[in-house]
Design a protein. Structure first.
Ligand SMILES: Cc1ncc(C[n+]2csc(CCOP(=O)(O)OP(=O)(O)O)c2C)c(N)n1
Ligand SMILES: Cc1ncc(C[n+]2csc(CCOP(=O)(O)OP(=O)(O)O)c2C)c(N)n1
Ligand SMILES: [Mg+2]
Ligand SMILES: [Mg+2]
Lengths: 328, 327, 328, 327
């Protein structure tokens, strides 16, 4: 756990390790999180270190994973539940949309549910329509749930630690395309990344891009290309959708007067809609151009790996969209 | 277990029965108040009368410790009073006033809550009690607290997928859950045989390895004994299941005239009223009917007083809706 | 089945009756839809008329209701499944978000799923957080599902008939607050309301309101009041969200230059976001004012009936929002 | 049933066994091609090897009529070939080419489809086969088509809530479903006892009133007979369940080295290879080993030819993603 670059995947592993070390009430539950260390290797070593009582394998029981975490949280533990793919969270519909989001409120606000669900999302590896989605939009439309969407190893660690310490239910969307991406990550176990604080990933003058999770890197790549054309792009990464840091977005758009919202989830009713809608209301007088969205296509994700690239924004599309925006 | 003289045994039984009679009567008296509130349109939400099922609810909940967890069901209120909850806060919820356990947010039975007495609430979607009770039991087990997590549900809800997912996990992990199926044979207008192809729920718990008992839900003593055994099993790490065969005497909700149901069946159900049966048994054991009348009278007085206290509590204002979304 | 006014509830009943009469493959399935005629009385008489094989009661098995309908549709029937409350559709998360929406596509587009799920939605009667939602937004963000949101008895009938005849899966959101509202309904069994064709409910000059389901009546009421202040409101009811008739919205906004989107679902990431976002992009040059949204509050719906009115837009709020918009 | 002379019985058994041997060999040969594609990185998605389970898949699917419905599982491919699907369209899916049954959209096993042979596809989420098979069976029953709906799943998936919801309904409605649980004792790295608290799945079907059989899944003849009986029951309106105790010889997916699993266990599993066992039995019954060698050789040739045809088919272009969302 030094300061040298580690992967996004290890950053998550370290966050879990440190928080389990710090607080005996924190425990993990999910399919293959135990001896196997997770199907993506995210929980490697934790079963050996903390034992089977704190790293619990389950059968194919998504209802129990999410609903059991709700119960365990009510009973005073701090569960970190894992679904193998974010898409599977939708299987636990009652438990996520209703129980996790509303149990506290329904009971007068006197109960507390400190729990996290880790949900690996994103298009990669030919796993098809039910293993590739980024369903953060569904949950952003569900009052009572906080949402993290880290884009870098440092944020992956810092946000997960904050999520575990938060007294509210949190869904933590980790993008599978980022697992092997490396970055500097602090070894300080008290360095958290607060929820609700976006980050300007790149300073620019002409166009603001709001992007999170794996789309940040695509935006950065596009920005480099555009820089050569003397189009200066500012990139805002909200890092969490709930709470959403509109202030950082506003500050940027007030400067650039042009906004592109970028995400991987399918376009229609995707999270970009909310951000664009807020801009169309709150930033109306500052906009010099239409608010643009570039997002996943409106179809299920095909299993054919060769077709995946057509399903979410690619660098060249970002470049040309920004180029058009800059002309306004 | 120590052996008792036949006399001592009978005395103990009578004491237990009296206690169960009292709790059954209290639950019924509380429901009578709620029915009154519904009739006068003071309460205009949905209420699912527990008439016919109060006895089993009392019998199980009095077997629980005060800190054992309870996830109650929608059918009636005896779960709550028998677990020790203050009727003022229950009725405060019916009045939608700040005296209610949800401080004016709820109105009706569904979300009454009292964590100090282990009452952890209810979901509006049936079957959500299964994973939640497993989670509560896991917390208790992990922390070594020795609490069980009791969950009530109807035979209709026992078809929900959550039953299976939570059941296999509870068994695998040795969780201290006690699941009580109130099998009244009906889910709204659906007869259990017609929609589940069986009248018996217990086999599906037995198949998962639960300790399983089937009991006459109208016999409060039998249910109480079954509950004690189930709780003992659960505390020992064996998830436990009780199927209590019971009777829904009223409609599904207040105002449901049950046109889909045979009149004779309802009439027969009425003769199996648990308060009546417990009273008869007590009289057989030598109890004075005046004592029973007195218990019922006291219960009525208690609930009327609670209603008075609840109805004079302040109403929430519109800002209340924004409180409590976030911790 | 005359032309005299009938309720929205009866209009739904008539649509089911006529379509079952017309096509023996159409059948109903849900809790209490049989002898009881539905908990809201919507299927009254149909069990007697068509028998238990075509009007099927089920236990508390939402997964089976939706997933069974998928299977039955694949097998050549045309199921009309009912969940007792729209919120319960979220319980069948796998079956609605994945199976119903994607089975056709995942299998190369060669299978067909002609099925309808009827989902009673809306805030009414103190039924609380899990029986009051309008989750059309969740499904609008799910490619592969059509969505109807009728606001009048005539549309209730005509859209349901179209839905049943459609070869795609449809979710039909019927608002419980509208069940007793009366309106003229054609008795012609061949009069359908097509999907994807919005309707201008009221012609006006100054401000466009896009509203559907129970919010249309609230908008009409507000428009009457505003008329007295000489603010002229045009009301567009899209009637279906998928497909969405942007053209009718655009035509209206091109005229009024001001847009308010109104809905009952909670504001954040609600369906208004998509419409506002599209306006902010496609209608940028025609807008003279910020795009406004007025919607449900961002909290679960409390069970206390007295608090319900604070949770979704009321006429006075619509009036004052439009008044402000008109000042731009 | 007519009685047969012992000799006729043996001849018939040998014929059946030969047929099952051939289908098992075909499935295995197809998987060998897929493994080759995976090794050469021609196919880069996930594949879940069926080695050890081909026999039971062949034994059940050959007992189905061509128009019976099939919802297959993720473990291997023998379901498909034994049900009559063209290996070219299966391999076309692995190559992600237009020759595939999904016309280039899929790539891998998950969504192979062939409605003309009753092959209605597979879901990527385990347990989704339960309600879908119930719905297909309902359609068949309603239309009086006499088809059964067969669904395969692992013991892991049998814990999904959909099992219970669909099971009670199938029983209540007398639906012609045949559910086949391939109990290989493992769900990825999880041993069934550890996460479900039991090694036996059949009791949960029996509890719902299904016709239930437990069978040695490595004995193709036993499975075939059980399948015939299950299908007979289902066609008669009794939902049927088979638990086939089987062996997962390979890792969960290609490349999984099974570090979580005991080597002796895997070695023991290998000795229970169904192709091996069926071959031994045939030899016992007097079959010439050359005949068996020939069957396997033919299977290999068939699958290699299919691969050749599939790999030369055109690739889809980017517009393919937009086709087929809507009817
Ligand atoms: C998941 C879900 N589906 C449907 C309902 C609507 N509903 C409320 S009570 C009820 C019947 C419940 O029957 P049962 O479980 O037997 O309990 P009982 O009412 O007989 O006590 C139904 C269908 C619900 N609340 N939740
Ligand atoms: C609902 C769901 N949860 C998790 C997964 C991931 N997953 C794929 S296969 C598998 C193990 C399945 O075990 P089992 O059902 O026993 O079948 P086997 O692989 O042993 O044939 C898991 C967990 C999934 N596909 N769907
Ligand atoms: Mg019942
Ligand atoms: Mg298995």
């Amino acid at each position: 756990m030094s300061d040298k670059p580690i992967t996004y995947a290890w950053a998550i592993n370290h966050a879990l390790d440190e928080e389990m070390q710090r607080d005996p009430d924190v425990f993990l539950m999910g399919q293959d999180v135990g001896r196997m260390g997770g199907v993506f290797g995210l929980t490697r070593g934790l079963h050996d270190k903390f034992g089977g009582e704190r790293v619990r394998d389950v059968s194919i029981v998504e209802h129990l994973v999410v609903g059991g975490a709700v119960g365990a949280a009510l009973g005073g533990l701090r569960p970190v539940a894992e679904v193998q793919f974010a898409d599977f969270l939708l299987l636990a519909g009652d438990e996520s949309f209703h129980k996790m989001a509303k149990w506290r409120y329904m009971h007068g606000g006197i109960l507390t549910l400190p729990m996290v669900v880790r949900a690996p999302c994103g298009i990669q590896g030919g796993v098809g329509a039910e293993h590739s989605q980024s369903p953060e939009g569904h949950y952003w439309h569900t009052p009572g749930i906080k949402i993290a969407v880290p884009s870098t190893p440092a944020d992956a660690k810092g946000l997960l630690k904050s999520a575990i310490r938060d007294d509210n239910p949190v869904i933590y969307f980790e993008n599978r395309r980022l697992y092997r991406v490396k970055g500097e990550v602090s070894a300080d176990p008290e360095l958290l990344v607060p929820f609700g604080q976006g980050k300007v990933r790149r300073v620019g003058r002409d166009v603001t891009i709001v992007a999170w999770s794996a789309m940040v890197d695509a935006a950065l790549e596009a920005a480099e290309i555009l820089e050569r054309e003397e189009i200066s792009v500012e990139i805002v990464d909200p890092r969490t959708l709930v709470p959403f840091d509109m202030e950082t977005v506003s500050t940027s758009v007030r400067k650039t007067s042009r906004l592109l919202v970028l995400h991987e989830a399918s376009l229609t009713m995707g999270p970009g809609a909310e951000i664009a809608a807020r801009a169309a209301d709150e930033l109306f007088e500052h906009l010099d151009a239409p608010v643009k969205r570039l997002a996943g296509t409106d179809n299920p994700i095909p299993q054919n790996m060769a077709l995946e690239q057509f399903c979410y924004p690619q660098t060249d599309q970002i470049v040309s969209t920004v180029r058009d925006l800059a002309k306004w | 277990m120590t052996t008792m003289s036949p006399d001592a045994g009978l005395t103990k039984q009578r004491e237990t029965l009296l206690r169960l009679y009292r709790e059954t009567a209290r639950g019924r008296a509380l429901e009578d108040v709620v029915n009154q509130l519904a009739q006068t349109r003071t309460f205009r939400g949905f209420f699912h009368p527990g008439r016919g099922q109060e006895g089993l609810q009392a019998a199980v909940c009095t077997a629980l410790n005060v800190d054992d967890y309870l996830l109650y069901a929608h059918r009636g209120l005896t779960y709550l009073t028998a677990k020790g909850m203050d009727p003022v806060s229950i009725l405060g919820d019916f009045h939608g006033r700040l005296a209610g356990s949800t401080r004016g947010l709820g109105a009706g039975t569904v979300h009454c809550v009292d964590p100090a007495r282990g009452i952890m609430g209810q979901g509006g979607t049936l079957g959500s009690c299964f994973p939640l009770s497993a989670g509560l039991a896991l917390a208790s087990k992990t922390k070594g607290e020795g609490k069980v997590a009791a969950a009530f549900f109807g035979e209709g809800a026992s078809a929900r997928g959550t039953f299976l997912e939570s059941g296999v996990t509870a068994k695998a992990w040795g969780l201290p859950v006690v699941w009580i199926c109130e099998n009244n044979g009906w889910a709204v207008s659906a007869r259990v045989q017609d929609v589940q192809g069986t009248a018996d729920i217990a086999p599906r718990a037995a198949a998962l390895g639960f300790h399983t008992q089937v009991v006459d839900g109208q016999d409060v003593l039998a249910v109480h004994e079954a509950a004690i055994e189930a709780i003992r099993q659960a505390r020992g790490g064996v998830p436990a299941f009780i199927e209590a065969k019971t009777e829904r005497i009223e409609g599904h909700f207040t105002g449901d005239m049950q046109p889909y149901r045979d009149r004779d069946e309802v009439a027969a159900a009425k003769t199996r009223d648990p308060l009546l049966l417990a009273g008869q048994r007590l009289v057989e054991l030598g109890e004075d009917t005046a004592v029973l009348d007195d218990i019922r009278e006291q219960a009525r007085a208690e609930m009327n007083a609670a209603d008075e206290a609840a109805r004079t509590s302040p109403l929430p204002d519109g800002t209340r809706i924004h409180e409590g979304v976030w911790a």
